[in-house]
Structures are given as C-alpha cells and as structure tokens.
Design a protein around this ligand. Structure first.
Ligand code: HEC
Length: 157
C-alpha cells in the first residue's frame, strides 16, 4: 500500500511538470502502437461470434501473467489482473511507451495500454518478453490475440 501511495504521488508530481516536459519533448513519442501485426482473433467463422469479455477470457490470462504486481500490489497504480474497473482508468506512468497520444499527450486506458505493453515486451515487467520466442512467464501470442480482440471490442466486462 505504501508503494502504491508513493507511486501515486510521483504521478501527481509528474502531472504537475507535464506542460514543461511536453514542451521540452522529453516524453516518449508514440509511433503507431497498433501496427505490430497482431491478427484479429478468428472467432470460428460463424455469424454468432462470441464476444470476448474481461470476465470470461481476459481476466483468466492477466490474473496469472500479471500476478502479483497487478493482482493486489497495485504497481503502476492498477490491478488489471483482477479488477475490471482498473482497465478503464487512464494510464499514469509517463514511461508507458506507446500509451500516450504523441501530439496531445492524452493517456490511453490501462486496458489498451496493457495490450501495447504486452506487444512491445514491456509487460510482464522484467521477464524478457521482448525476446523471440517469448519466455514462459510472458503472454503467448494466442493470448495476446484474445486481449487484442477484447480491446477492439471496447473492453466489455
Ligand atoms: C513483476 C511485476 C510486474 C508484472 C508481473 C507486470 N507488471 Fe505491469 N507494471 C509493473 C510496474 C512496476 C509498473 C509501473 C512502471 C512505471 O511506472 O514505470 C507497471 C505498469 C504497468 C502499466 C502502466 C500503468 C499506468 O497506468 O501507467 C500497464 C498497462 C501494465 N503494467 C500492464 C501489465 C500487464 C498487462 C501485465 C501482465 C501481462 C503486467 N503489467 C505485469 C510491474 C509489473
């Protein structure tokens, strides 16, 4: 809890310095973060494609792969591994590459940023997930495709 509080105050401080940082160009540029080639999920070819939901499809993945950091520890200010509402919050970490609009500096939601962070290998953190093939603790490409479909659907609960 202490860690979460201090992250939150860091974040507030960062927002205070936001205009200055933006003017100096110190914030990460976003280069078409959705262009990393994740194919849409093949829902089976029927016309009754099931909706990908957080509860049914996404939480069972994130609850494992993002534990314990985002299933109670609240690192980065969220517990997307077990708390649906946290997926809808705006991103707070200024170093979340690709999760901020490059021109307006508008943050994505944590849910959309989760997909970006998985795709670019940042999350799960410190697991070497930018390597090919990805090590075991990482989200697999099949799991990533499920999360991509969920984000594309507007992250239904
Ligand atoms: C070993 C711990 C750890 C694991 C496992 C982990 N994360 Fe993180 N995550 C962090 C930390 C620490 C931060 C804060 C980083 C920062 O602010 O620089 C963070 C930040 C984030 C953020 C940015 C949140 C914000 O509002 O700025 C997202 C999105 C995220 N993680 C998604 C995930 C996803 C999705 C998974 C699982 C697939 C995952 N993480 C697994 C430690 C972890």
């Amino acid at each position: 809890m202490q860690r979460r509080l201090s992250l939150a105050s860091l974040t507030l401080a960062a927002f205070g310095a936001f205009g200055a940082l933006g003017a100096l160009g110190c914030l990460p540029a976003v280069e078409a973060p959705m262009d990393s080639g994740t194919p849409p999920v093949d829902a089976g070819g029927g016309d009754t494609a099931p909706v990908v939901t957080y509860t049914k499809d996404v939480q069972p993945i994130l609850g494992v792969k993002c534990a314990p950091c985002h299933t109670g520890e609240g690192l980065g200010g969220h517990n997307i591994g077990n708390t649906y509402a946290d997926a809808l919050m705006p991103v707070s970490s200024l170093d979340a590459m690709g999760c901020w609009d490059s021109t307006l500096m508008v943050p994505m939601t944590v849910g959309a940023c989760a997909l970006i962070s998985i795709m670019n290998g940042w999350m799960p953190m410190s697991m070497g997930c930018f390597n090919t093939p990805r090590p075991d603790p990482c989200v697999t490409l099949d799991q990533q495709a499920i999360i991509a479909a969920w984000v594309a659907e507007g992250m239904p609960q």
